[in-house]
Structure formats: C-alpha cells, structure tokens
Design a protein around this ligand. Structure first.
Ligand SMILES: Nc1ncnc2c1ncn2[C@@H]1O[C@H](COP(=O)(O)OP(=O)(O)OP(=O)(O)O)[C@@H](O)[C@H]1O
Ligand SMILES: [Mg+2]
Length: 243
C-alpha cells in the first residue's frame, strides 16, 4: 500500500484555542478514510490544514511523498486534492455547468472547451438531476453537494475531501450519495477523506477511521476496532454502540 496523504504532528491554534494538537495520520491510496468526532473536535480545521486553508503552527502535511505544508489552497487543488465544503460554496448567479467548469479551468488548467466537456461528463457521472444550465441559486442541498463533487472530479483530483456531505439528506438521498462515494473510489480510483456525523454512512464506506476529540487523535483503526474502542464509545458514539 502507498501512502498518498500524511500528516506529521499537526497542531493548529486559533488564539488561545488549540483546535488540532499533534495529529499524525497516514491515508493509503484508494482508501476511504473517515474522520469522526463531536462538534468542535477539530475535524474541519484538520481538513483545512491538509487543504492549505490553514498552515499548522507545528507539524507537516505530505502529499505523494512531498511536503506541502504552507501551500496555498489553489496549489493544493492543482496538485490533486479536491474538496467539498461543510457549508456548500457555489456561485449562485452562474449555472451548474459553469460552477463545475471552474474546477477544470483553475485547478487543472483546462481550456474553456475542455472544461465544459468535462463538467458535463462529471455532472452526469454524479447523477446530477437538473439540467446543467440551471442557475446554482435554484439548487437544493444535495444538488449543490453533487455540484461540488463534480467540480472536484472535473479538476482530476486524486484525493477527494468530503466535509459532511450527507448532512441534511433524506434516507434515499443518503443511499444515493453512499453509492456515489463508493463508485468514485472503485471506478475512478480516487482516494476519499470523509468527515461525517452519520455513523451509518461512515461504517458502511470507510476502510479506516480516525477519531478526533478536543483537537486530539483519540483513536485510529478499522471500523470494527473503532466500534470496540471503549474511549471512543464513551467520548462520541454512546453506549448503544457497544456490542
Ligand atoms: N477560523 C476560526 N477562528 C477561530 N476559531 C475557530 C476557527 N475555525 C474553527 N474554530 C474553532 O476551532 C474548534 C474546532 O472547530 P472545527 O470547525 O474544526 O470543528 P469540527 O470538528 O469540524 O466541528 P463540527 O462537527 O461542528 O463541524 C471549534 O472550537 C471552533 O469554534
Ligand atoms: Mg466541521
């Protein structure tokens, strides 16, 4: 197995608040890597340290064996780490296709023609249910999440970082997004790092899981090890998870 993303002793503070402390993880290529933990545990901060939104005060971030600590977000995207946002970000005055094209143009240096073709292909790949010319302002949550996934895929990302992609979805939408996550990994070979509160989704797709608690890595392992870990159960999952 080859490590594609690695963090070594990453720490990030906001003033007096230690949002991430000494977090070291290794994400293997082609795996689905889950990140869980209570609200405010530091999950989004940690993703943002990987994505270049934050530069950790201590520690380093590695991608394909290269130190990318301190790289700007657009550079990280160009290298091949794509993302969706916990609070979806699109340009409402532009169409779905135009929003997705941005990924190809800015993160993958495609010309307009190539970016449009890729955008239409990937909108169809994620089963985007609306016409590509629909204004983003008229899209609902799952449609916007699919738009963000298509945008990252259009940029030919090797790693896709999903921050709470399933929040607020109906059971059938959840089923749809679960299948899509597996398809992206299985067919496109994209490595996936996923932050999620929905344990049903995490347990059904993840190869490994890291648990953050008050900014620290509480546990890391295969889903069944995590389910059995008493500290994780009492800190996060709740007693009903003890088998
Ligand atoms: N830009 C920021 N400036 C100041 N504090 C921040 C900032 N971003 C996050 N924090 C704080 O850092 C801590 C970790 O936040 P973070 O958003 O990483 O948690 P999270 O695990 O993603 O939570 P959630 O499950 O609610 O999304 C929280 O106490 C939060 O208030
Ligand atoms: Mg978060």
């Amino acid at each position: 197995m080859t490590t594609i993303v690695e963090t070594k002793n990453v720490s990030k503070r906001f003033g007096g608040l230690q949002a991430n402390r000494d977090i070291s993880v290794k994400v293997e290529e082609h795996c689905i890597y889950g990140l869980i933990g209570p609200n405010g545990a530091g999950k989004t901060t940690f993703l943002n340290c990987i994505l270049g939104v934050h530069t950790p005060e201590e520690g380093s971030v590695w991608f394909e064996g290269n130190d990318i600590t301190g790289f700007k977000p657009f550079k990280v995207a160009q290298l091949g780490i794509g993302r969706t946002f916990q609070i979806v970000k699109s340009m409402p005055q532009f169409t779905a296709a135009e929003n997705v094209m941005i990924g190809g143009i800015f993160a993958n240096r495609q010309n307009d023609h190539e970016a449009r073709r890729n955008a239409l292909d990937f909108l169809s790949y994620v089963n985007f249910p609306m016409p590509p010319e629909t204004l983003a302002a008229n899209l609902n949550t799952i449609q916007l999440k699919k738009l963000e996934m298509a945008r990252a895929l259009t940029a030919k990302c090797k790693v896709l970082v999903l921050d709470e992609v399933a929040a607020g979805l109906t059971p059938s939408e959840l089923n749809d997004i679960t299948k899509l996550i597996l398809k992206i990994r299985d067919e496109l070979g994209v490595t996936i790092i996923i932050v999620e509160h929905l344990m049903k989704l995490i347990m059904s797709v993840c190869d490994r899981i890291a648990v953050l608690y008050f900014g620290e890595l509480l546990a890391e392992g295969e889903p069944k090890e995590i389910m059995r870990n008493k500290e994780v159960v009492s800190a996060y999952l709740g007693e009903e998870y003890i088998s």
